[in-house]
Write a protein that binds this ligand. Structure first.
Ligand SMILES: Nc1ncnc2c1ncn2[C@@H]1O[C@H](COP(=O)(O)OP(=O)(O)O)[C@@H](O)[C@H]1O
Ligand SMILES: [Mg+2]
Length: 390
């Protein structure tokens, strides 16, 4: 289909002249994107899967249970797409103990959680920043905090780039994609903001996917564009009421189909294939939501079973029951941390930990006599059970 998706402009970078792509403003035009046929069906399936995920998440006493683990799953996976190696376990261990394996990578994942938390808080405040390039810059500042010193090179946290960048390839001349010249970026972002807050009647779920492509094509930062662009999807889905909380870990599915993800982004630019992108994206949403449902159900069954076992155990204490309820959002604990969570003395917390260890809920993982670390192993397994799925 003969769509013009943008224009090319010569741009000079490190002494080479390259053709930089300047995307046309959203929405897709000439012809416009129509949600009909297979796209309509894919959209309906994705929405149904999201609905099921929300129902599964409402089975437990508090959405926080899933929010905690699922947000961190997304944080780990979106960072893995970028190339970090930290696992969910590394991150949870760090949060419980302040000690990390893969320290730098864990810090980046934690930065993502902070960026998301910050952005959601702004959006919830009556006078907070609206969902806009400015908000994404502030999120980027948090995402990239200390990244410059860690990885070498200054990634300019929170700052829109003022130089030409490129994607894929060792130099601009052999790049997969050369994003728009720096002087066009502020205007392109302003257009994107306008479209996001405009009245385009496309389904919000589809719109979030289009916004992501546009953001990646603009590539406004020196680094972190993928993570901020995927964060944009998460924020839009909540902001537009597609989901009540950010429990969809979309990056899992995107990572599984990472090659196709890149190809689909490129095909929008080179062939105007917004339809192909949209179908791909909707299939990822459906797949991710189904993953979430399976994990949520597993966690629901596990916590129910463990609660039953604890209640029928002679040594059960109120503190132990309370601690069990806190474990889904604190699956790795130490005694001092348990005391803090429970608001009790250390001896009471130690007793609670011991009870949970005795019935096999918690397992000591440090192998040390002091500063012991306890993990809710079966829960961690349930939370990561979908990770091997290729
Ligand atoms: N061909 C492409 N066209 C547009 N965007 C792309 C293309 N290939 C990859 N991307 C996007 O660029 C991201 C990588 O950019 P980068 O700034 O390094 O972000 P991050 O550091 O968060 O991974 C990918 O995750 C993807 O979203
Ligand atoms: Mg990067």
């Amino acid at each position: 289909m003969p769509r013009t998706t943008g224009t090319y402009r010569n741009s000079t970078v490190t002494g080479e002249t390259v053709r930089a792509f300047v995307p046309a403003a959203l929405p897709p035009a000439g012809p416009s994107l129509r949600v009909e046929g297979p796209i309509d069906a894919a959209c309906a399936r994705a929405m149904a899967a999201i609905g099921k995920l929300e129902v599964a998440a409402s089975l437990v006493p508090s959405t926080e249970w899933f929010l905690y683990g699922f947000v961190r799953k997304e944080a780990v996976l979106t960072s893995q797409i970028e190339g970090t190696e930290a696992t969910l376990r590394d991150v949870l261990e760090f949060e419980a103990t302040d000690h990390a394996t893969h320290e730098d990578d864990v810090a980046e994942v934690c930065n993502y959680v902070e960026a998301l938390t910050y952005a959601r808080r702004e959006l919830a405040k009556p006078k907070g920043l609206p969902l806009s390039a400015r908000l994404l810059c502030e999120a980027h500042r948090r995402l990239m905090r200390d990244a410059g010193t860690r990885r070498g090179g200054n990634k300019k946290p929170g700052v829109i780039r003022t130089s030409q960048n490129w994607v894929g390839g060792t130099r601009p001349g052999n790049a997969r994609f050369v994003p728009p010249p720096a002087d066009t970026v502020p205007g392109l972002l302003a257009n994107l903001d306008r479209w996001i807050h405009g009245r385009d009647p496309l389904p919000p779920l589809v719109k979030a996917g289009l916004a992501h492509v546009q953001f990646e094509t603009i590539h406004p930062f020196l680094d972190g564009n993928g993570r901020i662009g995927r964060l944009l999807i998460t924020l839009l889905l909540e902001h537009w009421g597609v989901m009540r909380s950010p429990i969809l870990y979309l990056s899992h599915s995107v990572k599984r189909h990472q090659r196709e993800y890149y190809d689909r982004l490129s095909a929008v630019r080179t062939d105007g294939d917004w339809e192909g992108w949209t179908q791909f994206y909707l299939a990822c949403v459906e797949e991710a939501a189904e993953d979430g449902v399976a994990v949520a159900r597993r966690i629901f069954a596990l916590t129910g079973k463990d609660r039953g076992r604890l209640m029928s155990h002679a040594a059960a204490t109120v503190a132990a029951i309370h601690l069990l309820d806190l474990l889904p959002s604190n699956p790795i604990v130490t005694v001092p941390r348990a005391a803090k969570l429970l608001g009790t003395t250390a001896p009471t917390a130690r007793k609670a930990v011991e009870v949970l260890e005795r019935i096999g809920v918690l397992r000591e993982t440090s192998g040390k006599q002091r500063d012991r670390v306890y993990a809710y192993q079966a829960y961690l397994q349930a939370l990561t059970a979908d990770e091997g799925r290729g």
